[in-house]
Design a protein around this ligand. Sequence first.
Ligand SMILES: [Zn+2]
Length: 541
Amino acid sequence: MNRNAVRTTPKVASMALNIGAYVRISQDDGANRESNSIKNQREIIKSYIVGHDEFRDAVITDYVDDGISGSRSDREAYQRLLADIERGAIDCVIVKDLSRIGRNLIDVDDLLMNYLVTLNVRFIAINNGYDSFAHPLSNLELAIINLANQHYNKDLAVKSMTAKNIKSKRGEYLALAPFGYKKSETEKNKLVPDEEAAGYVRMIFSLAVGGHRTVEIAQILNAQGIPSPSVYKIRNGWKNMWTQVIDPDYCFWTNGVIYKLLKNEVYIGSVVANRFKVTEPGTGRTAPRPADEWIVVKNAHEPLVSEDDFQKVQLMLPKRKYFDKPEHIFGNKVKCPACGHAMIHYTKQNPRFKCGTAKLTDHYGCANHTILQSDIEKAVIASIRAYADALLDKEEMKLAHIKKSKVSIKELESKIAAENRAIELLEASVTKIFTSFASGKISKDAFLHKKDIINDTIARKRFEIEKWSERLYTLTTGRRTVENSIGELESLRTLETLNREIVNLLIDRILIHSDSNIEAVLYGLRFPSQFRRYRAAQQKW
Ligand SMILES: [Zn+2]
C-alpha cells in the first residue's frame, strides 16, 4: 500500500460526490452501546447528509465494522475504506464521532495526516462538530479532540487489568512464553519447557553459577553461535505484528539480555505478574510498580533451575541497573552501522557514545572508538540547517506561485458574495410572480415558464459558487500551509541548540561510521503534511 500516493486529478465540485460512511460497534462501547448501535450511527450520518444541500447527489458507501475493539487497527471495513480512499474512490469520510476511527491519538492522526490531508479528502466527525474543510487540520486541534477518547481507554485498561490479575493469581502465564518455555497445548496459559531453548537457559545459569560475568556469558554464547531469544523466535515461526520487525542478522546475545534472563523468577517455576502499570492509556506506555504490588505464584510450572542455584546467581549479579541510565536528548537514535545496535552512552568525563557490540562478538567488525556527544550535536544541527535550507527554497517558490495566481482571494470572495445576493433576489422574484399568478395577473403556463427560467439561472449560479468556493478553499488553505511551513523552516535554518523534542520530531537515526563520520538521517518535517515521512537524502557532515 503506498501511503504517500498523491492524487493528481483535481476534484470537480459536487458532481456525484462519493461519501464513505464509516460505522463501527465495539465491545468497548459498554454503557454507550445503545447510542452507538450500527442503526443509530447510520441514522445520525443519514440525517446529517440529508440536512446538507451540498451532499444532495452524493453516492454513499457504507463501511461497517461490527464488534471489534478500537485499539486494534486490523478492522476489515476500515482497511477497505483506506484502500478506497487511496484509489480515489472516496471524496468525503463521515463518522458519528472520532472514537469510531480509533481510541488513541496515533490512529486518528495517522488517518487524517496520511490519507485525508495528503489526498485532499474531506473528513466530518458529526458529534465532535468537526469538518476538515471548515477547519483545516492541525495536530494541536486533534490532540485536544482526542483527549476525550483517551480518557475512555483508561477506564477500559483498569477493568481488563483486574480480570488479568485474577488469572495471574491462579498461576496462569498471560504474556508470550519466555525464552526456554512454550505454552502448554492441553492446559490454558500454562508454561512447559521448550526443550532446545530450555537447554540454553540451563547452560546460562550453570555458567553464572561457575562465576562467569554476564558479558563473558554473552561472549561464550555468541562464539558458539547459539541463537539469541529474538533469533530463536524467528526460526520457530514466531510473528508479532505489534513489535518491530527483527532482522535475524543483527541479533546476538548481549550482557543486558543475559542479566534480565538471570533475574527472571519464571525459571524457578514462579509466575510474576502486575509488575507494570499503564502510564499513558492508549499508548501502551508503562512504568514499573513497587515489588509489594507484584503478584507472585510459586510452583506454577516446571522449573528449569533449582532455587539454590538461582539465589546463588542473584548474589553474584552486579547491583547495577542496566535499564535505568540517565536520559539524554538522543534516546536510542545513535547507532552503529556495522551491527545496527544503539550505541552506549557514557557520562563520565565528557558525555560520549561507543558501540557495545565490539566486546561481545567480532562478527560485525564494529569500530572500537568513542565519539563525543558534543560532536554529534554539531553534526545534527548542521544537517537540520542544510535540510531546512533546501526545503525553504521549494516552499518560497510555491508561495510566489500562489501569490501570482490570476484570481485573488478577495476577488473570489466578492464574486461569491455577489452571486449569493443575486440568488436571493431571484428567489424573491419567484415569490413575486407566484403572487401575480395567484391574483390572476398572469396565466399558470406563464408562471411555470418564468419559474423554470429563474430556477435554471439559480442552479447555474449555485454551480459557479461551488466552483469558486472550491478554488477559494485551495488558495487560502494552500497559502496558509505554505506560510506556516516557511515560518518553521526559517527557525530551523538558524537552529542553535538541540533539544529532545526537535530530535524526536526530525531525526530518524544518527549513524557513527568507522571513519568517525557522523550521518544524520532525517524523517522530514511533521507539521507541513506534504513533507511528512519524507526522508531526506542522506546528509553527511
Ligand atoms: Zn556495532
